[in-house]
Each structure stands twice: as structure tokens, then as C-alpha cells.
Design a protein around this ligand. Structure first.
Ligand code: 8YV
Length: 321
């Protein structure tokens, strides 16, 4: 009997994923689900042929250079690969894959939730109810911002951005977008294309980020860009914390330029930004965009499909290197 490849699964994935992986590979599973340091990753590498990590394991240039040559494939359980230095890993001949498509619905749902929750002052309302301090009602009480009829700007019209556009259209929003490349007309479905981020910002009553974090997009939402939004805009980020200068966002909230924001991603994760906690017009979640049972299974299976293809001698469908 030929030996199965040794696969290191760095985090506690869904039961269905772990079951299938254990059937097909000689698995090392992180049942305790703790985080791994660079040293942990390097120390594990001589013992494994393949790694199935999450975005919580960092394969930067230094780690990539020190990985044992036994590691041949990193099959990520994530669509974002900003935790992987693709150039350095490719230079080591390591195949890297991700899990696009399967998390677009769940992530766009969370973007809608954050957008609506921020616009309709959900944190404030929830606190009033929980603390028993709801003692007043008036037509001018807790008035929020209406999404229907408003303009939604989407930065990054990839898979998640397109699902977000569809959801927003269902809520009667007028969709505008910026993308490095304009989409074919049938994919646009009536959305208005803007050739620059700046052109998009000035029409975005609501703004939602759906682009990857790269050296070019890091800190893209800075104070100059927040200043270009219409007064009282609502800002949503379900992509990556690194896209946002968090101090610039705080200043925009303080000035009222941004009336509310919904955030699922932070510069520091886990943990977030303690300066955010006093803002009741910030609706925040701890990076759970793709956290549904169905999506976690689909992500795990997509990563395993990529591994299976590699071990059958084929190019994995989601190969990035
Ligand atoms: C995941 C994500 O929760 O896929 C991504 O890029 O940010 C999240 O949806 C996480 O990466 C799981 O590994």
C-alpha cells in the first residue's frame, strides 16, 4: 500500500472537512486550535508534505525561506492570501492555493448585515434594550440612514463584490463600483463603473470594501480618501483591516464625515482596536464573514479538492503559484 501524504491542518476545521482529510491523508490536526508562531511553522515543516492553513498562519518571506523542502503544497482555507508571500513561496517551488467562490454568499451577507446595522444604529438600540434604559420614544428617536435609493460604492468587484451588488440591488440601492478592470456589461447588471477610486468615493453614500490586501491597497482608506465621501457616509469593511488607516476612520467618525461604520476586519486580529469601543456608531464583528456551517464545509472541501488534484498530478483549480 502506498503511503498517504502527511498533511498538517493548522486549525480546527469543520467536522466534515476533518473527516474527509483523515480518510485521504495522514493528518496532523491542531485539535486545541491554538495559534502558531513562525517558529512553530518552521519546526513542523520537516515532518509534513502539505499544509492546510488558515489566514492566521503567516508565511512571510522569512518563514518561506526556512520551510523544509519536504513541504510541497500550501492549500489555504481562505480566499485571501495576504498571509502568504507568493513570490517567496513560488521561489521555493511550493504550490499555493486558496478557496474562492465558496465564501462569497456568506461574506456578502455579513457586509449587508454590517451596512444595515451601522445605518440603522443597531449597537445603540441593542444597548438600550439590554441595559433596560429604553424609557423614551419619539418620531425623532434613533433615526438612521435609509439604504434604498442611496448610492452604494463597491471597491473591488470580484466574486464577493458582485454578490454584494446583487444583494444591494435587492434593497433598492444604486450600485457604483471601482475595479482594476471594468466588468463585461452583463456582469455589471446596471452598476456604474468609475475609473478611479476617487471618482467612486464622491458618489458613495455607502462604501463597501471587497478588494484584496496587497502592498498597493494597504492603507488605501486614508484621511484624504475619507474626506472625499459625501457627508454622513456609511463605511463597511469585510475584506481586510490593512486596507484602512484606523486613525483616519476615527477622525472621520469624530467629524461626522462618516456617520457610521460596520467592520468585520481590523488591523490587529485577533483583538481589534480598543479605541473603537466607545463609538456606538461602529457596528463590529470579530472576522466572521465566512463563518457559517455550510461555508466552512465548502471552504474545507475546496482546499481538499486542491490537494487531491495536486496529488493526482494535476494543476489544482485554485493554484496561485
Ligand atoms: C476566513 C477570510 O474566515 O477567506 C478569507 O480570506 O478572511 C475568512 O473568510 C479565514 O481566512 C479562514 O481561514
Amino acid at each position: 500500500m502506498t503511503q498517504k501524504p502527511v498533511l498538517w491542518i493548522t486549525r480546527k476545521l469543520s467536522d466534515a472537512t476533518l473527516e474527509r482529510a483523515s480518510r485521504d491523508y495522514d493528518v496532523i490536526i491542531n485539535h486545541k486550535d491554538g495559534l502558531h508562531t513562525a517558529d512553530d511553522i518552521i519546526a513542523m515543516s520537516p515532518k509534513v508534505d502539505a499544509i492546510l492553513p488558515c489566514h492566521s498562519e503567516i508565511f512571510d518571506e522569512a518563514v518561506s525561506a526556512k520551510l523544509d523542502s519536504r513541504v510541497k503544497i500550501i492549500a489555504n482555507h481562505s480566499v485571501g492570501v495576504d498571509h502568504c508571500d507568493l513570490v517567496a513561496l513560488a521561489a521555493r517551488g511550493i504550490v499555493v492555493t486558496n478557496t474562492p467562490d465558496v465564501l462569497s454568499d456568506a461574506t456578502a451577507d455579513i457586509a449587508m448585515l454590517l451596512m444595515l446595522g451601522a445605518a440603522r444604529r443597531c449597537v445603540e438600540g441593542d444597548r438600550l434594550m439590554r441595559t433596560g434604559s429604553w424609557d423614551f420614544w419619539s418620531p425623532s428617536f434613533m433615526v438612521g440612514k435609509q439604504v434604498s435609493g442611496a448610492r452604494l460604492g463597491i471597491i473591488g468587484m470580484g466574486r464577493v463584490g458582485q454578490v454584494m451588488a446583487r444583494r444591494a440591488r435587492g434593497f433598492g440601492m444604486d450600485v457604483h463600483y471601482y475595479n482594476r478592470k471594468r466588468l463585461p456589461e452583463d456582469f455589471e447588471q446596471g452598476a456604474t463603473y468609475h475609473e478611479t477610486v476617487e471618482d467612486l468615493l464622491i458618489v458613495s453614500d455607502f462604501l463597501s470594501l471587497h478588494c484584496p490586501s496587497t502592498p498597493e491597497t494597504t492603507g488605501m482608506m486614508n484621511s484624504d480618501r475619507f474626506a472625499m465621501l459625501p457627508d454622513g457616509a456609511v463605511f463597511v469593511n469585510t475584506a481586510r483591516g490593512a486596507l484602512v488607516d484606523e486613525n483616519a476612520l476615527l477622525a472621520a467618525l469624530d467629524s461626522g464625515k462618516v456617520s457610521a461604520a460596520g467592520l468585520d476586519c481590523f488591523v490587529t486580529e485577533p483583538g481589534g482596536n480598543s479605541a473603537f469601543s466607545k463609538y456606538e456608531n461602529l457596528f463590529m464583528l470579530p472576522h466572521v464573514g465566512s463563518a457559517t456551517r455550510a461555508t466552512r464545509d465548502a471552504m474545507g472541501f475546496r482546499a481538499l479538492d486542491n490537494l487531491d488534484a495536486y496529488y493526482k498530478g494535476n494543476t489544482p483549480r485554485d493554484a496561485l503559484t
